[in-house]
Design a protein around this ligand. Structure first.
Ligand SMILES: O=C(O)CCC(=O)C(=O)O
Ligand SMILES: [Fe+2]
Length: 341
């Protein structure tokens, strides 16, 4: 029997509200109806449709399912995806879930991923029908701390509709402290603790049945048997965690499912890496996009990119003037930093 979860609206403008926060903290995810401007999301989708080969065009086969070949990595040529990445409503939602201020968030992922509807090939890295997993292994050097001390928020913004694309995200809602689906540490999964990394569900579970039948059994009984699928609409947002069991499921044949994937961590969790080249790397680009973004951003938005907030020990008269000199050509306003000295 398939289980489905429907997105629920945020409690009010500017706040997810207590029931979403409780869902994220206890069940491992919040599934929220679109709370970002529709026109902005539509612009991001259109930018993506312009770039990615149309399904069935014969060119989509060359496109990896993992990311956008750098095209939509922040800071991207797509202004819309940059504005989503820096959107105050998104930052407020993440801060609400983690229980910290916005200036204590750090961006560690922002990319737009295509998923083309194809039958699973069964190859180990095939992405069509993913094995159930947690995201922490390729985000952090460590292991997530205990459940009640979450460090990061993983985000999928759906830029497509399930009726057109299928390909729901399946999640395993955690049921309390003693839930057998959520033992600790989290090592019963491919790619961790010596198991080979296998993405494809059928191959991964076959491998585990062979190597570690008790692990395969645990996964079958506790994870796959309990997964519930997001009935997503355009703009809905799935917020989950590095320790939430979940997986991507096959997209509809010949469909192109677009999603914007983001991660924010707590500033203090330095062991969670930026999964892209880093936000300063693009400053070599001739168009000087990142310089402009920094100069035009708010103090909070800059902090999320790792720019020290006013009052941080980095700032003194010298550093305020030097950073001003670097960004003056884009009219940066250093007043809040200067006034905090
Ligand atoms: O595409 C999805 O719905 C989930 C993808 C996912 O979990 C992953 O690639 O780690
Ligand atoms: Fe994942």
């Amino acid at each position: 029997m398939e289980r489905w979860i429907d997105a629920k609206p945020p409690e009010r403008e500017g706040a997810l509200g207590a029931s979403h926060v409780a869902s994220w903290r206890e069940r491992g995810f919040a599934f929220v109806e679109s709370f970002l401007p529709e026109v902005l999301l539509a612009e991001a989708r259109d930018d993506a449709l312009e770039f990615f080969p149309a399904p069935g065009s014969g060119k989509s086969e060359t496109m990896s399912h993992f990311g956008s070949a750098q095209r939509f990595v922040f800071p991207a040529a797509s202004e819309a995806t940059n504005r989503i990445t820096l959107h105050p409503a998104l930052h407020a939602a993440v801060a609400e879930l983690l229980g910290v201020g916005v200036t204590d968030l750090r961006l560690t992922q922002s990319d737009l991923w295509p998923k083309y509807g194809r039958p699973p090939s069964g190859e180990w890295y095939d992405n069509a029908d993913q094995r159930i997993h947690c995201d922490y292994p390729n985000h952090t050097l460590m292991h997530p701390p205990r459940w009640d001390q979450p460090e990061a928020v993983e985000i999928i913004i759906y830029l497509a509709d399930i009726d057109d694309c299928e390909g729901a995200t399946a999640v395993v809602p955690r049921q309390g402290r003693d839930d057998p689906a959520y033992p600790w540490p989290i090592v019963e999964t491919p790619g961790v603790a010596g198991f080979d990394y296998i993405n494809d569900r059928v191959s991964a579970e076959r491998y585990l049945r062979d190597r570690a039948p008790e692990v395969a059994h645990f996964r079958e009984e506790n994870l796959y048997a309990r997964e519930a699928k997001t009935r997503y609409r355009f703009g809905d947002v799935l917020l989950y965690r590095h320790d939430t069991w979940h997986r991507g499921t096959p997209a509809k044949k010949r469909a192109l499912r677009l999603v914007h994937n983001l991660t924010f961590r707590k500033a203090s969790s330095e062991w969670i890496g930026v999964i892209h080249a880093g936000w300063a790397w693009s400053m070599y680009r001739p168009e000087k996009l990142m310089e402009r973004i920094i100069a035009e951003a708010s103090v909070e938005q800059r902090a999320v990119l790792g720019f020290p907030a006013p009052g941080h020990p980095y700032w003194n008269r010298d550093t305020v003037s030097a950073v001003e000199a670097r960004y003056a050509a884009w009219s940066i306003d250093m007043t809040p930093y200067r006034e905090s000295l």
